[in-house]
Design a protein around this ligand. Structure first.
Ligand code: UDX
Ligand code: ADP
Length: 458
């Protein structure tokens, strides 16, 4: 069957895979090919064990794979055939040279641009899906369009706002889709071509169009604002612990102000994930490079508060467990950076585990989906960490349990049974405020939550 359009996506990661699966499902008349340099990943996408866990993704891939969705390692063929190329390769924080620790490392992105150029025989639209520093499109255009092939590339920005764990839902009914391009006739034409893809399932009023720089900057800004809300509520959680105010009550009270709104006000052990820290540091670097020192420091503080919140959590455990955790078994409930994902990138649990190991604790980690990644994250401590799928077994013989991911399964455990199997006095640190603290205290636990007065029996 001949397809109406050939779409290629370079990068089969958390963004590329689910986004293309949804496009393929919503637009059966388009051929959607996803390529990646990582051959193992492509193999996994073509198997029954997809490389990422995302609710609803398996079903979607099963429905579309080899119908109009194809995973391939043949970049050259994919590029040659496509009219529209989405690029969702990784743009991690630079670890070397100028801007190390802050700026985005654009080497994969630039390699991709050069690869597109090498294998293209016709003009194409190149869509920035990865999160990129504002003005990247200009560099890309320069690389792509200085060619002797008489072909033209139009670079369009279409940042992805999906959150992990709800990726399919976010893609199927997004708050908005943002598409930015040059305001030239070619730019507007390219923009419209991308609008037409999304218009298959997204109401037109939710498809926003802008200039390419606004689109690039909006993605960084959205993530910075979301992270800022978490750091704001977390900073107040510290004050609550000193004053007997309750952070959940404060969040509820301020969230009912329609100007503030209730979302992203959940105090926690800290935010994780591959985006927030990376994107804010990227924003900080950009502001510094434009001489906007005050703006840079303002946003940098969002990351600093997050790191402080994580270290405060460890400190609190240490102080309350009689100033030593050496040789004590501590069970960490959850290792993923949030519930419903196996992803552990920048998870606060990594930081907490490392802090406890530095204090010579015996750490036991349990998580419904993230144990494989946890093993990789803590490979340097292999001999001192136990990985246990069953939370009851993880807590057996422990001095303390710390909830680090808000998995539903941890809300409904038999905490009486767990208490009986623990060393007394038993400590419970709720880094996500998901448990019934009063009930657990009455059961016999010493309970420490975020932004709440401690409930201690001593
Ligand atoms: C984020 C953005 O939400 C998404 O739009 C963007 O495309 C990518 O980055 P993601 O990192 O998948 O998505 O997860 P998100 O739900 O934003 O959570 C990030 C972190 O903040 C998690 O560790 C989460 O547990 C934490 N969080 C979130 C809180 O601590 N409190 C909250 O109220 C909300
Ligand atoms: P994100 O969360 O932004 O989707 P991931 O790291 O999950 O990031 O995915 C990015 C993917 O891009 C990885 O699977 C990586 O192998 C792939 N990638 C990086 N560079 C290239 C390239 N030049 N060609 C194809 N794929 C690439």
């Amino acid at each position: 069957m001949a397809f109406e359009k050939n779409i290629l996506c370079i990068g089969a990661g958390y963004v590329g895979g689910p986004t293309m699966a949804v496009i393929a499902a919503k637009c059966p008349q388009y051929k959607v090919v996803v390529v990646d340099v990582d051959k193992e990943k492509i193999k996994a996408w073509n198997s029954d064990h997809l490389p990422i866990y995302e609710p609803g993704l398996d079903e979607l891939v099963e429905k579309t794979r080899n119908r109009n969705l194809f995973f391939s390692a043949d970049n050259a063929k994919g590029i040659e055939e496509a009219e529209i190329i989405f690029v969702s390769v990784n743009t991690p924080t630079k670890t070397f040279g100028h801007g190390a620790g802050k700026a985005a490392d654009l080497q994969y992105w630039e390699k991709t641009a050069r690869e597109i150029l090498a294998h293209s025989k016709s003009s194409k639209i190149v869509v920035e899906k990865s999160t990129l520093p504002v003005r990247t499109a200009s560099a890309m255009e320069r690389i792509l369009n200085e060619n002797s092939k008489s072909i033209h590339f139009e670079v369009v920005s279409n940042p992805e706002f999906l959150a992990e764990g709800t990726a399919i839902q976010d893609l199927e009914s997004p708050d908005r889709v943002l598409i930015g391009s040059r305001e030239s006739p070619e730019g507007i034409k390219a923009r419209k071509a991308i609008v037409e893809i999304y218009a298959h399932w997204v109401p037109r009023e939710r498809i926003i169009q802008s200039n390419v720089w606004s689109s690039e900057l909006s993605k960084l800004t959205a993530n910075a604002f979301l992270a800022q809300r978490i750091s704001s509520i977390n900073s107040i959680s510290a004050l609550c612990e000193k004053t007997e105010a309750d952070i959940d009550e404060v969040a509820h009270a301020i969230g009912m102000d329609s100007r503030i709104g209730p979302k992203f006000l959940k105090a926690s052990v800290g935010f994780g994930g591959s985006c927030f820290k990376k994107d804010i540091l990227n924003l900080v670097y950009i502001c510094d490079s434009y001489g906007l020192e005050k703006v840079a420091r303002y946003w940098e503080a969002v990351v600093e508060i997050n790191e402080w919140q994580e270290s405060r959590f460890i400190q609190n455990m240490l102080e309350n467990m009689f100033s030593t955790v050496a040789g004590k078994r501590i069970a960490l409930f959850g290792f993923a950076f949030k519930a419903n994902t196996g992803d552990t990138r920048e998870s606060p649990a990594i930081y907490v585990a490392q802090g406890l190991l530095a204090e010579k604790a015996e750490v036991v980690i349990t998580d419904p989906k993230a144990l494989k990644n946890a093993r990789k994250d803590l490979k340097d401590f292999k001999k001192r960490v136990i990985f246990e799928a069953d939370p009851y077994k993880a807590a057996k013989g422990a001095h303390a349990v710390a909830v680090l991911t808000e998995w539903d399964v941890y809300r409904d455990l038999d905490y009486r049974r767990i208490l009986k199997s623990m060393v007394q006095p038993a400590f419970l640190f709720d880094g996500r405020n998901i448990l019934d603290h009063k009930k657990l205290f009455e059961m016999g636990y010493n309970v420490f939550a975020i932004g709440k007065a401690p409930l201690k029996h001593f």
